[in-house]
Design a protein around this ligand. Structure first.
Ligand SMILES: NC(=O)C1=CN([C@@H]2O[C@H](COP(=O)(O)OP(=O)(O)OC[C@H]3O[C@@H](n4cnc5c(N)ncnc54)[C@H](O)[C@@H]3O)[C@@H](O)[C@H]2O)C=CC1
Ligand SMILES: CC(=O)[C@](C)(O)C(=O)O
Ligand SMILES: [Mg+2]
Ligand SMILES: [Mg+2]
Length: 327
């Protein structure tokens, strides 16, 4: 059984007289910095000049260049993109680390794949929200939290886990539930999950469902409501009540049709494909490919994004979302 921590198991004390430098003010950086500050902790932000800098200042933070922030802080939270981390680490973080500091990550990628090798005199921990950044903030403001994983990679002080749990509490994650894991498990499950289900799988399932309906001559707007908009509403039922709970809340016809046809569409070959994707993550092959793509300036990523942007579901979606949300 997994070790799960909630609010009762965590204290903010390990962070009380410390300065926390949140490096990056994007998806996770902004959410985590704001939540930690609202939890009563001393937070500064480390950035390079630009839009994020202005936003963080506007939102009341003292903002410094990354190296300056590291010098002023006791706890460093590496919340910049995974592919940017190694260089910033080498030039602006590592040279200024002092004995006994804590370095925190929100995803294990750079440490697990050896792109960052922390010195032995700091604690290295991870608090990985199982959620997009915006939700980390939204749920916190609503008095709730999103689940997260915690892990200790290096325990120099002997108190690394307590510090990690304090961060988890400060961002609101212990309100939901925090599971103890390792950098390896978090990194591999996060990548496998986002590639095969959360990002890759969902997106492809919805696109192929949309294409199928449109190719059969149905109206694209009808297809959009059916396979994209309602996917969220059905997912909400699964999220709140579980798969059986969702089945209990759709029509008996949908229940029978879904249970009999679903496994024919998403068949065992899909699982074999998922296992292949998982193998590429576990062997490090995906990480090598992504580092190489990043170094080349991400031409493949840009091309794929452009193709997605021009897909019919996006054109129709824009119209339909204007109707639904007025934007
Ligand atoms: N996006 C998400 O919701 C999730 C992200 N994570 C992890 O959190 C970490 C941060 O990811 P995101 O929040 O998506 O990052 P992001 O892409 O939103 O980060 C952008 C921020 O980094 C700053 N930045 C970029 N390059 C910089 C540089 N050279 N020097 C200083 N600042 C720089 C930008 O100014 C901006 O403030 C990653 O490890 C990611 O895997 C984990 C869970 C979910
Ligand atoms: C939002 C999240 O948890 C992801 C999908 O793993 C990510 O953005 O990397
Ligand atoms: Mg991820
Ligand atoms: Mg994730």
């Amino acid at each position: 059984m997994a070790k799960i921590y909630t609010d009762r198991d965590a204290s903010l004390d390990p962070l009380r007289d410390k300065t926390i430098a949140v490096i990056g003010y994007g998806s996770q950086g902004r959410a985590q910095a704001l939540n930690l500050r609202d939890s009563g902790l001393d937070v500064i932000v480390g950035l390079r000049p630009g839009k994020s800098w202005e936003l963080a200042e506007k939102e009341g933070f003292k903002v410094y260049r990354v190296d300056e922030a590291v010098k002023r802080a006791d706890v460093i939270m590496m919340l910049i993109p995974d592919m940017v981390q190694p260089e910033v680490w080498k030039n602006q973080v590592e040279p200024h680390l002092r004995e006994g500091m804590t370095v925190d990550f929100a995803h294990g990628f750079t440490v697990h794949y050896g792109l960052i090798k922390p010195p032995e005199f700091v604690d290295v921990v991870m608090v990985a929200p199982k959620s997009p950044g915006a939700k980390v903030r939204e749920e916190f403001l609503a008095g709730r939290g999103v689940p997260a994983l915690v892990a200790v990679y290096q325990d120099y002080s002997g108190r690394a886990l307590d510090t990690a749990l304090a961060i988890a509490k400060g961002i609101g994650a212990t309100r939901a539930g925090v599971i103890e894991t390792t950098f390896k498990e978090e990194t591999e499950t996060d990548l496998i999950g986002e590639q095969t289900v959360l990002v890759g799988g969902l997106m492809e399932l919805i696109k192929k469902g949309f294409e199928t309906l449109v190719e059969l001559g149905y109206q694209p707007e009808v297809a959009y409501f059916e396979v994209l908009n309602e996917a969220k509403l059905i997912m909400d039922l699964i999220w709140r009540y579980g798969i059986t709970g969702m089945l209990e809340r759709v029509s008996v016809t949908a229940r029978y049709g879904g249970l009999t046809v679903g496994p024919k569409v998403i068949d065992d070959r899909v699982k074999e494909n998922m296992k292949k994707a998982a193998e590429r993550v576990r062997s490090g092959e995906f990480a090598r490919e992504w580092v190489e793509e990043y170094r080349k300036g991400m031409p493949r990523l840009q091309k794929l994004l452009e193709d997605t942007r021009s897909h019919e579901i996006e054109r129709v979606g824009k119209e339909m979302r204007r109707l639904l949300f007025g934007d």
